[in-house]
Design a binder for this molecule. Structure first.
Ligand code: SF4
Length: 260
């Protein structure tokens, strides 16, 4: 099975049609994965198969590496359109996440003021005031909410610690619209346990949509499996299913994109 472990603390840039030139910032170690979830679809693989031996990059290392890269990109005349916090796990797990966001915004303003700062997070640390405040300062605060069903979350996202979906929803509301909700839809059955992971049915979509309406994010992104997954038996949601879910979100007055 092929999984992706990204360089740290800077990787890319990656060219994407949707984002343009995206420079990755990975706050996790370069030789493994650190995440408060252990999703069965994670492109980095399962946590236990990728335990890192290296430490997390320090705040200073991140700032220095980012500045060096932005200087190089300036010389080459190819500045990033977006600085994306992603990589080998959950960026908000880093103890100095908030300070690193402030450093990054300063460097962005200095070298590429038009670029957006984007964070991809699984939402497990948004109860921390410092994390909340830092996420309020970024341009795209993209937070995962795969379902509002606790059993499904335990089966698919495998939170490492206590995860209370109702508390997560309340903390999402506290962003007052300054968030983008990202939701993975898929079908299939986990080969090992023969449990269904299909969250495209009404029993999942209806309560999820109700929560979306309550949280009122600026946007919703629905997507499906795109790469090989560590668990076997998972299947993509169909284009028709994703488009239908997208249209229901839009009908509720919230912009939504579907990536198939
Ligand atoms: S939250 Fe993201 S990084 Fe963490 S296990 Fe899930 S997919 Fe992987």
């Amino acid at each position: 099975m092929s999984t992706i472990i990204y360089p740290s603390p800077i990787f890319g840039p990656v060219h994407s049609r949707r984002l343009g030139i995206s420079l990755g910032i990975n706050l996790l170690p370069a030789d493994g994965k650190v995440c408060s979830f252990d999703c069965i679809y994670c492109e980095c693989g399962f946590n236990e198969d990728h335990r890192p031996t290296l430490p997390l990059p320090t705040r200073e290392e991140v700032a220095q590496a980012l500045e060096k890269k932005l200087q190089k990109m300036t010389t080459e005349g190819q500045l990033p359109d977006v600085l994306t916090f992603a990589g080998n796990g959950e960026p908000t797990c880093h103890p100095h996440f908030a300070e690193i966001i402030y450093d990054t915004i300063l460097l962005r303003d200095q070298y590429c003021p038009k670029a957006k700062v984007c964070v991809l997070s699984n939402s497990t640390m948004i109860h921390r005031q410092q994390v909340h405040d830092a996420l309020m300062k970024v341009d795209d605060n993209i937070l995962k909410l795969d379902t509002v069903d606790p059993d499904y979350i335990n089966k698919v996202d495998h939170p490492n610690g206590t995860y209370d979906v109702n508390a997560i929803i309340e903390h999402m509301k506290a962003f007052h619209g300054h968030l983008i909700i990202q939701t993975m839809f898929m079908r299939g059955t986990i080969q090992q346990s023969m449990e269904s992971v299909d969250n495209t049915g009404e029993e999942y979509v209806v309560p999820w949509l109700e929560v979306i309406k309550q949280v009122k994010p600026q946007q919703v992104m629905v997507y499906t499996i795109d790469r090989e997954t560590p668990a076997q038996g998972l299947e993509k949601a169909s284009r028709e299913q994703l488009d239908a879910i997208r249209d229901r979100v839009i009908a509720a007055g919230i912009p939504c994109s579907a990536s198939y």
